[in-house]
Design a protein around this ligand. Structure first.
Ligand code: URA
Length: 215
């Protein structure tokens, strides 16, 4: 299942446009804020697919049966670019267990390899997991991350949440992920350039959020 927020008319499209616009995206605080706002909107969309139960509460005037989430999903993000989008999810799933994966691109002469150097998550057995990676380019980092999570228990469902998903990356995930999953993107772009950046995309989400890195 592929959900694309941009297929609907909403204020989310405005936030997405500002992320892409080179004259606006240089405002680092605004860039992070727009990622965060889209994270909250996507959390709301995904929340429609979680399990709910009823609970009796007491208002100052009477008792009332209310609908509540049975169990909050586990939020896992890929560092460092995922942090602002992840923060938006945390605003809506405020008691969620969280996990973090450190991943970086290692380009050797022949190919692009993803290196993972930090994996810290709670037990995922039977849980709904939202894997938060804003830029789904090749899909390699998501597949590597899910491979690294294999020893942590079998999730009930994995929601893969991105901001921009390239068609190649979507195809790669659909081919390579065998567990129950769905893909949630704000926008879908047609292609990757030679450096495997998404085109038209928005540039480097990590650098725009936090500044250039060396090494
Ligand atoms: N990561 C980014 O930040 N941008 C891309 O276009 C691809 C991966």
């Amino acid at each position: 299942m592929l959900f694309v927020l941009e297929n609907q008319r909403s204020v989310g499209n405005q936030f997405m446009a500002e992320l892409r616009d080179r004259s606006i995206q240089q405002d680092r605080m605004r860039f992070r804020k727009n990622l965060e706002r889209l994270g909250s909107i996507m959390a709301y969309e995904i929340s429609k697919n979680l399990s709910y139960g009823t609970r009796e509460i007491e208002t100052p005037l009477a008792k009332k049966d209310v609908t509540v989430i049975k169990e909050e999903p586990v939020l896992i993000t890929i560092l460092r670019a995922g942090i602002p989008y992840f923060n938006g999810f945390q605003h809506f799933f405020d008691r969620a267990d969280c996990g973090f994966i450190g991943a970086y691109r290692k380009e050797d002469s022949e190919s692009l390899k993803i290196k993972l150097d930090y994996v810290a998550t709670p037990d995922l057995e039977g849980r709904d997991v939202i894997l938060i990676d804003p830029m789904l380019a090749t899909g390699f980092s998501v597949v590597e991350a899910l491979t690294a999570l294999k020893g942590k228990g079998h999730p009930r469902h994995i929601f893969i949440a991105c901001v921009i998903a390239a068609k190649d990356g979507i195809g790669f995930l659909q081919k390579n992920i065998k567990t129950d999953h769905s893909i949630w993107a704000v926008s879908v772009d047609d292609k990757l350039n030679q450096q495997l950046y998404i085109v038209p995309g928005l540039g480097d989400a990590g650098d725009l959020s936090f500044g250039d890195k060396i090494g």
